[in-house]
Design a protein around this ligand. Sequence first.
Ligand SMILES: Cc1cc2nc3c(=O)[nH]c(=O)nc-3n(C[C@H](O)[C@H](O)[C@H](O)COP(=O)(O)O)c2cc1C
Length: 305
Amino acid sequence: MDYSALKTHLAGLSMPNPTMLASGILGISAGTLRAVAEAGAGAVVTKSVGLKPNAGYPNPTVIQVECGFLNAVGLPNPGIHKFIEEMGELRDLNVPLIVSVFGFSPEEYAEVASLAAEAGASAIELNLSCPHVKGTGIEIGQNPEMVKLTVRAVKDRVDRPVFAKLTPNVARIVDLAEAAYSAGADAITAINTVRAMAIDVETFRPILANRFGGLSGAAIKPIAVRCVYEIYESVDLPIIGCGGIRDWRDAVEFMLAGASAVQIGSAIALEGLSIFKSICDGIISYLRRKGFRSVSEIVGLAHKK
Ligand SMILES: Cc1cc2nc3c(=O)[nH]c(=O)nc-3n(C[C@H](O)[C@H](O)[C@H](O)COP(=O)(O)O)c2cc1C
């Protein structure tokens, strides 16, 4: 099949197609990132990396719920210094490598981001949106002023594209998008998980060890589509849509709402890595059927009067 209609240019990155691996799903070892690229993803995003190694929360950390998953993994990661060694093996990756970073202050985000950029990241995604770790996604990511300070601190230190990944756990996500835009973000990723919980009716206890977690998967797709649609109307930045994408139809829906690219997370657990190719094949057939020559032509079409 001719995939040239799927070529995507986003914030200075060139991707063979608009699909990306979402952060946190298979994204910490060089081997799995390479496997995802070989399976057809247009770019890969790593699991979020912080300054210091972190073991994450005790189990249970991920459970399956109606139409999705609930997780509170607690940002487990080896720390940026160890992670950089792993990245060395990815120099010849044939798609952009986006390193997701987090911190507990704007300066810490900037420190981790600059180390990732020096180590060869094609772009940096700022995880400003983890709903279950104190001091980062909640205190920083839900506060437009802190989002602005963080994006600015990172932009001052790195010369790569910077994506701000936003949380839906606020009344107005556009306030966060506008803050990121005003500080110089190159793209917006929307959305991270929706803060949620589950309770065991036999033991009367919250099921996740951390009690609260983040909901992902099909259950959050309409929330994510709404966020992308609102952000598209409020800031002039490329948007990477994420949340509940399971097939080409979902991916197209995000693009019509305004996403230039899409990230896939939870669905990989159900469908495996073949999901990237099947989404690309489905988008190609859709473009042909509707008479479009390039995937970029459908971005934001739902806004046309
Ligand atoms: C187990 C798990 C771990 C995740 N870890 C991260 C992470 O480290 N950084 C991040 O920005 N998002 C993380 N996410 C959120 C996903 O990247 C994505 O934003 C969210 O799951 C919605 O997409 P989906 O419905 O396709 O999974 C994680 C999600 C899951 C399910």
